[in-house]
Design a binder for this molecule. Sequence first.
Ligand SMILES: Nc1ncnc2c1ncn2[C@@H]1O[C@H](COP(=O)(O)OP(=O)(O)OP(=O)(O)O)[C@@H](O)[C@H]1O
Length: 412
Amino acid sequence: MGMFQRDTEIYKNRDALREDYQPDELVGRDEELARYKTALQPVINGEQPNNIFLYGKTGVGKTAGTRFLLDHLSEDAAQYDDIELTIKILNCDGLSSSYQIATRLVNKFRDDSNQISTTGYPRATVYDMLWSELDECRGTIIIVLDEVDHIEDDSILYQLPRARANGNLSNAKIGIIGISNDFSFRDNLSPKVKSSLCEEELQFPAYNAEELIQILSQRAEVAFHDDVISDGVIQLCAAYGAKDAGDARQSLDLLMKAGDIARDNETDAVTDELVREARDELERGRIREGISGLTQHGHLVLYAVLTLERQDKTPARSRDIRPRYTSFAEQVGVDPLVPRRMRDHLGELSMLGIISAVERNEGRRGGTYREYSLDMDINMVLEALEETVSEVGIHESIEELVDHEKTLSEYS
Ligand SMILES: Nc1ncnc2c1ncn2[C@@H]1O[C@H](COP(=O)(O)OP(=O)(O)OP(=O)(O)O)[C@@H](O)[C@H]1O
């Protein structure tokens, strides 16, 4: 027998839980899709399409909803002889300038043998190439710029929606769909870009538990064999998902992780217990990843908050965290940061969701300050801080938590 054998007890089609799987129907998003459909209606009428700006937090179906509607739109448009519809989707992740966007777009309209180099042309030349590609297409063109907030300069976002008004296009009608999960992006656009790019604004809210149940049930039916999912598993994944961020991707990942653990354990059912185990494992991974990206001072600040948390001294103000942080810094032989810089680290930690920050008012005299506490499981954070603990030494507050077998070899 070979080293690898197929296991098919749990999954019928595991790929159905993956991000790139496109379900035939989108569930739990009816109202938003109805509004989106209305915004796209001019295309079928042969009119100038709207420019649409779609925003919402991560994993709320922006990309899936866009693909779903555009697939239908292009299928339905094919039935009208007088509509020639071209749709191009570009993900702007990794592309930071208008120049890069323009070259990628030119290449999207060209075949493989005719691609342009993505560097070396003056910007005006690339724009001219783009206008001629677009005009050659004729008809209606929809360009989707997913993760549009990665573009750091406005130029293309101004030029594209206005290409026809500015006389750069005569044959093609163009509509832009910008997608973003960065709420501040829209607000920071210059007024002239905002008014053209955000003609129609759509917002996708986070999913609630009911909606996540619909999404997870739909995928589970395709992904798992009958009777593998125990009662209540979908509800539990959805409840966690709704509590965390209402992110469908995160909930699907949780269900898949639970399925993977069942498969690894060679059991034949995915149970509540496995979902809890999966959640712990995913959370641990997220914490570890977040913490590993911090600098040494970030680690020391976090270690200080953690020990204060253990001593019930949280929520704590930054001036109360400072002495502990300073002594830890001295213990490892580095100069402590000035208070302002230390607060920046507290801010970063709270942005990552590792600690929480609550704003308070200072009595009648006004002035606000923040109080910080640990916002994650103390043991998980401690595990991720292992190296820092070994450098600084074990603080008395965590002695009980530290595995003493480990202490001798790793922490000392
Ligand atoms: N209503 C839905 N029905 C079925 N599956 C969905 C639905 N919404 C989201 N999903 C699934 O959840 C995952 C994440 O969705 P999607 O990529 O559309 O999120 P997004 O809002 O574009 O997130 P991001 O901003 O991170 O790109 C995908 O696998 C998608 O198929």
